[in-house]
Design a protein around this ligand. Structure first.
Ligand SMILES: Cc1cc2nc3c(=O)[nH]c(=O)nc-3n(C[C@H](O)[C@H](O)[C@H](O)COP(=O)(O)OP(=O)(O)OC[C@H]3O[C@@H](n4cnc5c(N)ncnc54)[C@H](O)[C@@H]3O)c2cc1C
Length: 457
């Protein structure tokens, strides 16, 4: 058995590293256990390797960007918000910059700089780090004032007066987050809201998407509705809609708008198959667009239809729109009828794609679902069921849109959990100084093993 630590942090992602730094800064002897051979693997690939650290907004703005239980994070954000994160990173030699959509990145554009800085902070704070230490079991204190025992798959035991569970979600499992935290939390009585892949690309039925792979549409309005309800959505307000960028892929669509809208599929708010409607000209009303087409077509009457859309659409999209409009490509534009032109205008205001499925856990940016926040105190991140057990980051049933919200949530909850865990550990240690034992005997590891979690794979 390792000597008693004040705080044992499980998981070395952004939430766990921040928690460990804060626990140590709060005066607790702290150990950080990471399953993989290095810390911050997912952080290092975040934001396409650039790391969209946070969203430069106030607490209310952050909560709005987190449809999955954002309100649970008020205290965490108030305690450590974007300005605190920026100043924290600045002190570590990582200056930041705000870009379009209030997205904040390191000036260097290198996520690995953020990982390096956090690892430096962990080391400087005196945290003892153990990599290749997959935690397989958690044992609560046998009595008041006793210690938690954290057991690795290899049978090593770590004792602490407080434990911070920061094992992440279940998406991008190659980075180490494979849902272990759900099993560990469930093992000590916590309810797990069914985890599902979110912020995930969508698969479309239309074969033409493959021909568009690589095309990014900027500043389009994208609306997701159930089945055949695309037309109704605009009128009734049903469905979800976002303005921004969309990327075509060989299987369907991705990009910021699509990823954020995929949450409605993950939560079942919109059932599959669904319809994705793309307004290619959101700045123009249908009437204005029709007037623009009339003007364009009137300017060069002999031009064939297939050569007349260059001013309106990206080159690779033109043959697709021509096909979908059912207007003969060779037709001179002055022969296009009013009803054909109106049909084209409607198509440009609502290009429809049939979404048949989402991509898998391997490609999901975050997990929706996780440890039920109703069983966690939002002011401290401490379990309401198990005193001394804290949660931080994506293991919680909290998920945000793209734009830096998820990392800010990880940093903020890690900061709060680490600080309070240190206080708790110090007061517990004070109550029972030198305590280094629990009633757990060797060899009782069987039974705490990580059984396959029913929700995952
Ligand atoms: C490709 C990609 C890009 C992203 N880009 C952004 C972005 O730009 N901005 C943004 O806000 N969010 C982004 N996200 C989401 C963001 O990275 C996560 O929400 C965030 O990393 C969650 O932090 P975490 O510390 O809770 O979990 P993680 O980063 O998943 O870290 C959890 C850690 O716990 C370890 N662990 C798991 N189980 C055990 C165990 N049993 N024992 C010990 N250790 C264990 C894992 O190995 C891992 O190191 C992105 C996600 C992906 C996949």
């Amino acid at each position: 058995m390792e000597p008693v630590s004040g705080v044992v942090v499980v998981g070395g992602g952004p939430a766990g590293m921040m928690a460990a730094v804060q626990a140590a800064a709060g005066g607790a002897r702290t150990v950080l256990l990471e399953k993989k051979d290095r810390l911050g693997l997912k952080l290092g690939i975040s934001g396409k390797g650039r790391c969209n650290l946070t969203n430069w907004t106030d607490v209310e703005g952050l909560v709005q960007g987190i449809p999955g239980n954002g309100r649970f994070l008020y205290s965490a954000f108030a305690n450590f918000g974007p300005p605190d994160l920026v100043s924290f990173l600045d002190k570590l030699g990582v200056p930041t910059v705000v870009e379009r959509g209030r997205r904040m990145f390191p000036v260097s554009n290198r996520a690995l700089d953020v990982v390096r800085a956090l690892k430096g902070a962990v080391a400087a704070a005196g945290v003892k780090v153990r990599t290749v230490a997959p935690v397989a079991g958690l044992l609560p204190p046998a009595s008041d004032g006793g210690t938690w025992v954290v057991v690795t798959a290899g049978g090593e035991r770590f004792q602490g007066h407080a434990v911070v569970l920061a094992t992440g979600g279940a998406s991008y499992p190659a980075t180490g987050s494979t849902g272990d935290g759900y099993r560990l939390a469930a093992g000590v009585g916590h309810r797990i809201v069914e985890p599902r892949p979110s912020l995930v690309p969508m698969i479309c039925a239309e074969e033409f998407v493959a021909a568009l792979a690589g095309l990014t549409l900027e500043n389009v309005q994208v609306t997701l509705v159930a089945g055949d309800g695309a037309g109704k959505a605009a009128k009734t307000g049903l469905g979800v809609s976002l303005f921004g960028d969309l990327l075509f892929t060989h299987f369907g669509v991705s990009g910021p708008t699509v990823l954020s809208l995929s949450r409605a599929l993950a939560t079942g708010r919109i059932p599959l198959p669904a319809v994705l409607s793309i307004d290619l000209k959101p700045a123009l009303s249908l009437e204005q667009l029709d007037a623009r087409l009339l003007r364009d077509f009137g300017a060069e009457t002999r031009r064939q239809y297939k050569n007349a859309l260059g001013g309106l659409l990206p080159r690779s999209l033109i043959p697709v729109i021509i096909g979908l409009s059912h207007i003969p490509p060779e037709k001179p534009v002055h022969q296009i009828t009013r009803s054909e032109r109106e049909r084209l205008a409607r198509l440009l205001k609502g290009m429809r794609l049939t979404v048949t499925a989402t991509r898998s856990w391997e490609e999901a940016v975050v997990t929706t679902g996780g440890v039920d926040v109703g069983q966690v105190d939002p002011r401290t991140m401490e379990s309401r069921l198990c005193p001394g057990l804290f949660f931080a980051g994506e293991v919680l049933d909290v998920d945000g849109f793209t734009g830096g919200y998820n990392l800010q949530a990880a940093f903020s909850t890690g900061h709060l959990a680490g600080r309070v865990a240190a206080r708790k550990a110090l007061s517990q240690a004070h109550k029972a100084p030198g305590l280094g034992h629990t009633s757990v005997g060797e060899g009782t590891r069987e039974g705490w093993g990580v059984a396959p979690f029913p929700f995952l794979r």
